[in-house]
Design a protein around this ligand. Structure first.
Ligand SMILES: Cc1ncc(COP(=O)(O)O)c(C=O)c1O
Length: 380
């Protein structure tokens, strides 16, 4: 069965991206592919608001890039994790595998990050780095990385973020905001097949990378990648075999993004998000996260106990061939479902209308009188 993917990643790709992805395997080295790789790294840096040449396309997934931050930068150092969701837990889990000196500022799942609480922790202890998730996909919250990066600067810490669910969806100004490292992946905002962990690191960190404690791993040790960049730059500036098809897809996706303009893309997500919130509310439901902290690439809908969320997730898959996401956290499982609008395709009106129509039909089948016409009109 072919489902319409309205989950918060992975997403379906535009035809041009799939065309770039298709085709025979080519060598991952040699001038031609090396040039495409380096050009793509520069395009990635640019989308993230940086001039750094230090972007890395690593075979794996977003977690490969997270693991590399853990192994290279958290390793044996004083780390502070800011955590308000499932993926914040993951950062803590990774960091504690590499360092015994990890603290976290822990908020309830989906609760907004209180900057005063973060600053109080920074006053208490000197940290080498702060690490937090930009958009926690488990609940669809947008976290204040700009403000926390500024606190990191004030307290002389490095600042890293997991932007796996926010790259090419939310505003990110890496250089301007003083972010030192961004981990992301190919399969969400970049609308490519899965297969790449993407890591972008500031120039200032690369300059000092050799002074860090040596990691126990090889693949996730960024100094290995930096060494290959220097030593084999003219033909193979990375240490491993690369998924050339996925990189060709990413190159095309970034080219499209550049042509259409990143600002236009961010505006699309904001617009869709606000329409969807309105539509869901007209059906008598609400968002799990308050509107002023909501992420723009997915909406976690709160059923307010009116029906069982997993039952609706099953209904829309079975009756409409549409896949949406359930909740990741056990406590929210029965009341939250998640709609992805991370790609241009997911943002298309016809696809959003399909999801809301299915929701209205489902609610009506449960004897709830809902103004479905109005809810659909809110999306137009
Ligand atoms: C915010 C966030 N962090 C980390 C991950 C893990 O990424 P991956 O599955 O690509 O390793 C995800 C995946 O959904 C995510 O949304």
């Amino acid at each position: 069965m072919k489902y319409l993917l309205m989950i918060p990643g992975p997403v379906e790709s535009p035809d041009e991206v799939i065309e770039a992805f298709n085709g025979q395997t080519i060598a991952h080295y040699g001038k031609e592919f090396r040039d495409l790789y380096l050009e793509t790294t520069q395009r990635l840096s640019k989308v993230l608001g940086s001039k750094t040449v230090w972007s890395f396309l690593m075979p794996g997934s977003g977690s490969t890039a997270l693991e590399t931050i853990g192994a290279t930068f958290c390793n044996s150092r004083n780390c502070l994790i800011i955590n308000n969701g499932h993926f914040g837990d993951r950062l803590y889990d990774i960091a504690t595998r590499y360092s015994s000196k990890v603290d976290q500022v822990l908020f309830e799942v989906g609760q907004s990050v209180n900057l005063k609480t973060v600053e109080n922790q920074l006053k208490k202890k000197k940290y080498d780095l702060i690490w937090m998730v930009h958009v926690d996909t488990s609940v669809g919250i947008l976290n204040p990385i700009k403000e926390v990066a500024s606190l990191a600067k004030k307290y002389d810490c490095e600042f890293f973020t997991d932007a796996i669910a926010s790259s090419a969806i939310e505003e990110i100004k890496m250089d301007k905001w003083g972010i030192d490292g961004i981990a992301t992946s190919s399969q969400k905002g970049f609308s490519c097949p899965a297969g790449l962990g993407l890591l972008t690191v500031s120039e200032r960190l690369i300059k000092t990378i050799k002074s860090l404690p040596a990691p126990k791993s090889w693949y996730s040790d960024l100094t290995v990648w930096v060494d290959y960049y220097h030593d084999w730059n003219d033909w193979h500036p990375y240490p491993v075999t690369l998924p050339t098809n996925t990189i060709k897809a990413l190159a095309k996706s970034l080219e499209i993004l550049e042509t259409k303009g990143i600002e236009n893309r961010l505006a699309l997500h904001k617009n869709v998000s606000s329409k969807l919130i309105k539509s869901v509310r007209l059906l008598g439901l609400d968002t799990f996260i308050p509107e002023n902290q909501i992420a723009h690439g997915l909406t976690a809908v709160n059923t307010l106990g009116k029906f069982n969320a997993p039952d609706f997730v099953g209904f829309i898959r079975e009756k409409f061939s549409i896949q949406i996401g359930g909740a990741l956290d056990d406590k929210m499982k029965t009341v939250v479902f998640r709609i992805g609008h991370m790609s241009e395709k997911q943002c298309q009106t016809r696809n959003l209308v399909s999801v809301i129509s299915a929701l209205g039909v489902y609610m009506k089948s449960k004897n709830m009188a809902v103004p479905l016409d109005e809810a659909i009109s809110a999306l137009l």
